[in-house]
Write a protein that binds this ligand. Structure first.
Ligand code: TXA
Ligand code: MG
Length: 351
């Protein structure tokens, strides 16, 4: 075990020189977790295979799951990709810096250990000021997967990173809660027609306004199987899940409430500890179980921002089973339901 140093940074007013030590750790092959506008990332020198190996060890991440490289300004893109396609240029103009990651043909300097053996690389230019200043100060592309233990919900607070990775990494920069709360959109723009690999804050509709019709990897909406193998290797793993068994309950609002109340009573009679993921609109309709409010149905961004925090909380209070309401899949709802489906292993009660 190593000692993990935690530093607090005010993102509205970062002190001069505050990133010097963290940037040095990154350049010298160490690991630093830092906030982004999506979730916290676990940073390492993205051109140093040995440093990136430490990411896999700290997270317990399968080595075929490639890392995203983050850049601190646009000039950081050109050295790490072979070319910038026309579609990539349009997306960059419209959405960077921001919560969308682009898959492009990789340059030779990017180690295959970073891309899981692929000849493409995923690149992201975060808008969070702490992330940008840190990466710029480090002066290297910074590999940054989500800073959670592999398989657990992504961290949206420094305390989540501390819980999962304390003692395994050199430093955590605490810059407050992540704004969006779900990982970035991933768009493969390496070929002629862009392919959406992971839905996020930049929605399919927003992308299509800029580049026209795109394809969606079938694994975005369906349970991975022999026929449906996700193109983003990381999407094939059971992900985002708390220790409890998560079951999604869909149907009319009255039926969902009635079914969850019945199931909760049955499970509690068996001695199980039950969690219920509710909304502002429904929280008072549940008669038993540990009811946690994930957000307001009228404001889907509140659900995105809280989803992983609430899944972690169910673990913290030690639930055996969690019943969750489901949400509309349009716009940003696509990202919310993609993560929730994975957390539940596509386990549904339809009523
Ligand atoms: O919002 C985010 O993107 C966060 C913040 C910290 O930047 N990072 C993040 O990284 O979510 P991670 O490692 O948890 O997810 C990256 C996903 C994985 O599913 C991985 O398989 C996929 O991106 N990926 C990486 N490189 C790829 C490539 N060349 N082709 C296809 N998918 C790729
Ligand atoms: Mg992740």
């Amino acid at each position: 075990m190593m000692e993990t140093k935690i530093i607090k940074v005010d993102r509205d007013n970062p002190e001069a020189g505050i990133f010097e030590e963290a940037a040095k750790i990154l350049r010298e092959g160490g690991l630093v977790a830092f906030p982004t506008e999506t979730v916290y990332g676990l940073g390492a020198n993205g051109l140093d295979a040995a440093a990136c190996k430490k990411i896999y060890e700290a997270k317990g991440r399968p080595s075929d799951n490639p890392l995203i490289l983050t850049i601190g300004d646009i000039s950081g893109l050109y050295p790490i990709v072979k070319c910038v396609t026309e579609n990539a240029k349009k997306i960059i103009d419209a959405f960077w810096p921001g919560p969308i990651t682009l898959v492009l043909p990789k340059a030779d300097c990017v180690p295959l250990e970073v891309t899981g053996g692929l000849d493409t690389v995923a690149v992201r230019f975060p808008s969070n000021i702490i992330a940008r200043e840190l990466i710029k100060e480090a002066g290297i592309p910074v590999a940054a997967p989500s800073a959670n233990s592999s398989g657990k919900p992504s961290p949206t607070r420094a305390s989540h990173v501390e819980f999962d990775l304390s003692g395994k990494i050199d430093m955590i920069i605490d810059g407050g809660p992540a704004d969006w709360g779900l990982e970035s959109t991933i768009l493969d723009v390496s070929g002629d027609k862009p392919v959406l690999l992971r839905p996020g804050a930049v929605t399919k509709e927003m992308i299509e306004e800029v580049v026209g019709e795109i394809d969606v990897d079938p694994a975005v909406y369906s349970k991975p199987s022999a026929d449906i193998v996700p193109k983003a290797p990381g999407m094939k793993y059971k992900h985002y899940s708390p220790a409890a068994k998560v079951i999604l309950v869909s149907g009319s609002r009255e039926n969902v409430i009635k079914t969850i109340n019945e199931k909760t009573a049955e499970d509690e009679a068996k001695g199980l500890k039950v969690g219920i993921m509710a909304t502002t609109q429904t929280k008072d309709s549940y008669v038993s179980g540990s009811v946690l409010v994930v957000g307001d149905r009228e404001k889907p961004e509140t659900i995105g921002a809280n989803l992983f925090k609430i899944l972690r909380k169910f673990d913290f209070i030690g639930t055996d089973v969690v019943y969750s309401e489901v949400f509309d899949e349009d716009g940003e709802g696509a990202a919310i339901m993609n993560r929730l489906n994975k957390a539940a292993g596509f386990n549904y009660i339809r009523c």
